[in-house]
Design a protein around this ligand. Structure first.
Ligand code: X2X
Length: 335
């Protein structure tokens, strides 16, 4: 049976050729840094990305997630620099933690600037979002997609906070750029910058009185167990997450791999954003069941916080860039 045999040989040769072409770039593993583990939506976003990439590349390209800021020895504000320099291949990182190196990212930390998820979506999906991605790209890192850590709420061990005066003299743990120092100083508090790794111990010993984080973080990390009995829902800011890759790594990938990596990041991000938002009501209920008192602000109380933090806008809008802030305003109005 010479003919079928020849066909089989030819088919084999074609398969072998295409196999060697697709594996000419050897199976490759990229490191992905996150601050929070997969006990949190943030870590789950990175794991989802890894899962999709492994599946779609048939194992040719894989992502290995390193949570708890371990690739930067716990110092989350160095994650961006480590990714830029190639110490880390990729990351799913918070705008807060990257803002020391990318000042434009402080856009999201302007107090009371983006009031709800519609505003966040209008900005990340609008022209301001594009400008922010360009700002990241101009600093040697390729941004691929958005995720979300969530609206950050204020907790403390001392008493309910319903107006700026209630923050008077409270020691509040903050992270990120000096913008947070300015916000909490403007509110009359005493802010202290420290990493997430140091935050829980500092809350436990009472070295600080309070902190701010999304409900998912408060819930999963059981912040109520370290004396944080009072929670104020003030939606003062939301930190989006950004999926990104070191530029040299990006350039070393094939067009196919880049598309795969980007589309998987976009899907994982959309999935995580939806989940984070859906879970919030149940998380709030769980937190309340544990005995945490929850304060919601009425319009006048909200306005008092807005006015008390106006100086932060005056100080930071020029550093972020008037054009991006203006673009964000337009994006939110168009929404
Ligand atoms: O450190 C925090 O507060 C956290 C976990 O929310 C961030 O990384 C911004």
């Amino acid at each position: 049976r010479p003919i079928p045999r020849l066909v089989a040989v030819l088919a084999g040769a074609i398969l072998a050729t295409s196999f060697s072409v697709s594996s000419s770039v050897q199976a490759r593993e990229l490191s992905v840094s996150t601050v929070l583990s997969d006990a949190f939506p943030w870590g789950q976003a990175a794991e989802k990305w890894a899962e999709l990439v492994a599946e779609r590349s048939g194992g040719e390209l894989t992502l290995r997630v390193y949570p708890n800021s371990q690739l930067v020895n716990g110092d989350q504000t160095r994650e961006f620099s480590a990714m830029r320099s190639g110490l880390i291949d990729a990351a799913v990182g918070s705008t807060i933690n990257w803002s020391p190196q990318v000042p434009e990212l402080n856009l999201f930390s302007l107090p009371f600037f983006m009031p709800d998820v519609e505003a966040i979506d209008a900005v990340t999906g609008g022209s301001a979002g594009e400008m922010v991605f360009e700002a990241i790209e101009s600093r040697g890192v390729v941004p691929l997609a958005w995720g979300e850590n969530g609206f950050r709420q204020l907790s403390n061990s001392q008493g309910p906070i319903g107006e700026p005066a209630d923050l008077d003299g409270l020691k509040i743990r903050v992270v990120g750029s000096p913008l947070f120092q300015d916000t909490f100083t403007a509110l009359g508090a005493n802010p202290t910058q420290m990493s997430w790794a140091d935050a829980k111990p500092a809350l436990t010993t009472g070295a600080v009185d309070g902190q701010e984080n999304p409900l998912s973080v408060f819930d999963v990390a059981r912040i109520d167990q370290v004396g944080q009995e009072h929670l104020t829902l003030w939606n003062y800011m939301n930190d989006p997450l950004v999926f990104a890759v070191n530029r040299q790594v990006w350039e070393s990938l094939s067009e196919e791999e880049r598309t795969l990596l980007r589309e998987s990041a976009q899907e994982a991000g959309a999935w995580e954003i939806a989940m984070t938002r859906e879970e919030e009501p149940a998380r709030l209920a769980a937190i309340q069941e544990r005995g945490v008192t929850v304060t919601e602000l009425d319009e006048a109380q909200h306005q008092a916080f807005v006015e008390a933090t106006e100086s932060v806008h005056d100080e930071w809008v020029p550093r972020i860039g008037e054009a991006i802030v203006e673009a964000a305003r337009t994006d939110m109005q168009a929404d």
